[in-house]
Design a protein around this ligand. Structure first.
Ligand code: ATP
Ligand code: MG
Length: 371
């Protein structure tokens, strides 16, 4: 005899410790911590940011200490809660903000201690999470001890991370950090070219593990200026002339089939000598480049961007043969790109929109090639 079906219910649950670990490790490049810290500082309205990486000795052990400090609006207790929560973003409804997922600060969990000192309108909170990574691996959710006091200090947040990335510090040399900051964080945004001037005066003070003194870095990605006209370059450099050529093409527009979607693009056609002139991280013969240096093929070409921050290269959109793309230093920004959880790819973008974006890129490219 067939039994009447019984109704049951399952309420899906998540394993918090496992998910915290997944998200923390999903940021696969250790430098991502810098990008997330800078994005959060800008989202808090900061225009002064300090970042330092220092190695300290503790009972004979070398401990990496990272400090990220900003003069933004700071956090109240709810803000601090979302700082340590997963998927709890206070920025989700804010179109101007970079933050949207509530994932960024979880990159800090890959450490042995997180201390946050934040000042918001006369209140100062000091929050400490001890041994986050060890506790998570022991299936224990790490608690945060918070103390509150009154203060007359100005608003801002200081985050001190001890033992990040298992104290591995080869990536945190000054020149690698500076390069990363000017290419892959909000501090290196290309927005100034599109008359988006609100962060124009932002300053970041940086110190890598190999430096004693900090360096002040100004806002904005570095694009070289246009060179002389081609005929003058030929007179001066003969057959070498193309290596000295540089021309910027700045274009904004809307997609053909999604006319509400806007894009901003800059394509710089850049000869190799021009690149060597402003980018000390390019490896080439006769030059001893700092550690972490790269080749033109590894770095240049077309980058698609969100929040004016490069996310992913799409050289196949502009390359017909070989490494033709290396002539370009091109950024294409669209706020309708959908990013993966760790912000390393735009491939979550609906395919119809992606195809329209690709067409817009190809149009710009062909216009340049014809010119
Ligand atoms: N420097 C800071 N100043 C003020 N608030 C901050 C700062 N850093 C983090 N927060 C708070 O912590 C929350 C969580 O930060 P987190 O980076 O994890 O997520 P998000 O910025 O909202 O989104 P995303 O994952 O896209 O970065 C933020 O929404 C914000 O409220
Ligand atoms: Mg964030």
């Amino acid at each position: 005899m067939i039994k009447t079906p019984t109704k049951l219910k399952i309420s899906p649950k998540v394993d918090p410790t496992q998910e915290f670990i997944e998200i923390a490790y999903d940021f696969s490049n250790p430098l991502d911590l810098v990008r997330e810290g800078i994005s959060n500082a800008f989202d808090a309205g900061a225009d002064e940011i300090e970042i330092s990486f220092t190695v300290e000795k503790d009972c004979g052990e070398s401990i990496l200490k990272t400090i990220i400090k900003d003069n933004g609006h700071g956090m109240d207790l709810d803000g601090l809660q979302s700082f340590f929560d997963l998927g709890n973003s206070t920025r989700r409804e804010d179109d101007e903000a970079i933050g949207e997922k509530g994932h960024g600060t979880k990159v800090y969990l890959n450490s042995s201690n997180i201390q946050v000192v934040t000042i918001h309108d006369g209140k100062k909170f000091t929050a400490i999470m001890d041994a986050p990574l060890r506790k998570l691996h022991n299936h224990e959710t790490p608690d945060v001890e918070v103390t509150e006091e009154g203060t007359t200090e100005r608003n801002g947040t200081t985050i001190i991370i001890t033992g990040y990335n298992n104290n591995r510090r080869d990536k945190f040399t000054h020149s690698q950090l500076k390069d990363y900051i000017l290419w892959f964080t909000k501090m290196g945004s290309c927005e100034l070219l599109f008359k988006e001037n609100k962060h124009e005066n932002a300053i970041l003070t940086l110190k890598g593990v190999d430096k004693k003194e900090a360096e002040r870095i100004h806002f904005g990605h570095i694009f070289p200026n246009d060179s002389k006209k081609v005929e003058f370059l030929f007179e001066e450099f003969l057959a070498e002339a193309p290596k000295h050529y540089c021309k910027r093409i700045v274009k904004s527009g809307n997609l053909d089939n999604y006319p509400e979607i806007h894009y901003d693009a800059i394509f710089v056609v850049e000869g190799v000598k021009v690149k060597y002139g402003y980018n000390p991280m390019i490896r080439h013969s006769g030059y001893s480049a700092p550690s972490g240096a790269y080749t033109i093929q590894e770095r240049y070409g077309l980058w698609v961007c969100k929040d004016f921050i490069p996310i992913q290269r799409k050289n196949e959109w502009i390359t017909q043969k070989g490494s033709e793309y290396t002539r370009f230093h091109a950024f294409f920004n669209c706020q309708d790109f959908r990013l993966t959880a760790n912000r390393s790819s735009v491939d979550n973008t609906p395919s119809e929109i992606m195809e329209d974006i690709r067409k817009a890129v190809v149009n710009i490219y062909e216009e340049i090639i014809q010119g």
